[in-house]
Design a protein around this ligand. Structure first.
Ligand code: ADP
Ligand SMILES: Nc1ccn([C@@H]2O[C@H](COP(=O)(O)O)[C@@H](O)[C@H]2O)c(=O)n1
Ligand code: MG
Length: 453
């Protein structure tokens, strides 16, 4: 965990949002699946309010909200008579198996019928609510971060952190107005069940959150950041659906923080190189994950069998001069003694591209090739470079093209022409400008990296 970087990301927004890494950072996201966000927090912390704000700011049909409340178990006649003795804040109050199975169906792209819960009668009521699959699914509820089976469904976990006194006063107000309770009922239930369960089950689940939102719906800055993050995911989602050969490394606030630094026009050369190198290393590692492997069992010092794998050996790098050379060190650091060829292509914008220079391993046709260029803009240089590799006998399926940012135009151009290669990138940008520069982009990468700007 790079505490300096976390500091850099949250610096200036620390009153609004707390971002933490709990290991889900490095998880690779399959973009054929919906992006699932879990929103937990104590009662009346503002979970529903935050989710509604996110959805209304997205103004996007492709987001659906699933409420954990819908999965409350109905009370039977006996339990109803003693409802004030029932703990609605205990994990057992929910039908978690049903929740998980509904979420799994949604993740597979199937519509589901979800129960409706009536807080007044304390029962599930008809009709079941039809929920259609969507690009983003928000799952909200007091205990959605408690159970590991539920947590494991999520790509992003949020905890809404609101002061307990504020929550109690809002709960009294809400439950007397909307849930048919009187003040005494609310206070008794709060002292007997709500507060102890918050301390035993809900508060400990905060450690699983990737993002903690202090002050709930009052925290516009945090909600804006989350909405931007989801928008990025939705934008990428479309291209990833069209082209199954594009892979975007899982976006986390850690990665967004590095992108913020390398994209910032005010960032010094020293910092640009430092954070670009970190991003490059992530992209290279992710790209290597797409290489074939062979299985190999080994014995550990404890005498146990470990069912392992062996790295692919027949590979090489090819950098597109000059920016691509910035990626060579990361590749060398990951693959000891790797051969790296070079290609120099001339031509700007949408003009034709000319091959000026090439020096490639003689046996390149029998190797997997990691093609290195940090920015995929119009895709014209990439097409020229890939065509050269193919003319040397490299199999299209054996090419993995690695970049830091990719414009949709470049992705369309490369993926249409070469549907069998893979592109691995860390972010997909919005567009190209009139001069074929990537927007928002990061400027002229080579000049910023090598200090010639
Ligand atoms: N920032 C806020 N300021 C004032 N009232 C709020 C705020 N956020 C939520 N509320 C109110 O507090 C109550 C609980 O909020 P809600 O979003 O339903 O919380 P949760 O879903 O976490 O239980 C609701 O009546 C809501 O209108
Ligand atoms: N029949 C029920 C069911 C639940 N509760 C309370 O609802 C709270 C969860 O909903 P929030 O919107 O506040 O997150 C939970 O604390 C339960 O105590 C209830 O009172 N009656
Ligand atoms: Mg709620």
């Amino acid at each position: 965990m790079d505490s300096e970087t976390i500091g850099a990301i949250s610096n200036g927004i620390k009153d609004h949002l707390s971002v933490q890494s709990n290991g889900s950072d490095s998880t690779s996201l399959s973009h054929r699946q919906p992006f699932v966000i879990g929103v937990a927090g104590g009662t009346a912390s503002g979970k529903t309010t935050v989710c509604n704000m996110i959805i209304s700011q997205l103004r996007d049909q492709r987001v659906v909200l699933v409420n954990q409340d819908s999965f409350y178990r109905s009370l039977n006649e006996e339990q109803l008579k003693k409802a004030h003795e029932y703990n609605f804040d205990h994990p057992d109050a929910f039908n978690t198996e049903l929740l998980v199975s509904c979420m799994e169906k949604l993740q597979k792209g199937q519509p589901v019928r979800i129960p409706s819960y009536d807080f007044k009668s304390r029962r599930s009521i008809e009709p079941l609510c039809l929920v259609n699959p969507s690009d983003v699914i928000i799952l909200e509820g007091i205990l959605v971060l408690h159970d590991s089976k539920v947590r494991n469904l999520m790509n992003m976990k949020i905890f809404v952190d609101t002061d307990s006194d504020v929550r109690l006063s809002r709960r009294i107000q809400r439950d007397t107005v909307e849930r048919g309770r009187n003040i005494q009922n609310v206070l008794d239930q709060y002292a007997r069940f709500v507060k102890p369960s918050f301390e035993e089950f809900i508060l400990p689940s905060k450690k699983f959150a990737d993002v903690i939102i202090p002050r709930g719906g009052d925290n516009d800055v945090a909600i804006d950041l989350i909405v931007q993050h989801i928008r990025t995911k939705l934008g990428q989602h479309d291209l990833c659906k069209i082209y199954p050969n594009i892979f975007v490394i899982f976006s986390t606030f850690q990665i967004r923080g590095m992108h913020t630094l390398v994209r910032d026009v005010k960032t010094t050369k020293h910092d640009f190189v430092f954070y670009a190198d970190r991003l490059i290393r992530l992209v290279v590692e992710h790209g290597l994950g797409h290489l074939p492997f062979t299985e190999k069992q080994i014995i550990t010092p404890t005498g146990s069998v470990y069912p392992g794998v062996v790295f692919c050996k027949r590979l090489c790098g090819v950098s597109v001069i000059r920016s691509g050379e910035s990626m060579e060190n990361a590749l060398r650091a990951c693959c000891k003694g790797i051969k790296i060829g070079k290609i120099l292509i001339h031509g700007d914008g949408n003009n034709g591209r000319q091959l000026i220079y090439e020096k490639l391993p003689a046996d390149i046709s029998s190797r997997h090739v990691l093609l290195l260029d940090p920015v995929l803009a119009s895709g014209n240089s990439a097409v020229k470079a890939i065509s050269l590799l193919l003319s040397k006998g490299v199999q299209e399926t054996n090419i993995i093209f690695l970049n830091l940012i990719a414009a949709p135009e470049g992705i369309h151009t490369v993926c249409r022409k070469f549907p069998k290669l893979k592109i691995v990138t860390s972010e997909i940008d919005s567009s190209l400008d009139r001069n074929f520069g990537v927007i928002p982009g990061m400027g002229e990468f080579g000049d910023r990296y090598f200090g010639t700007d």
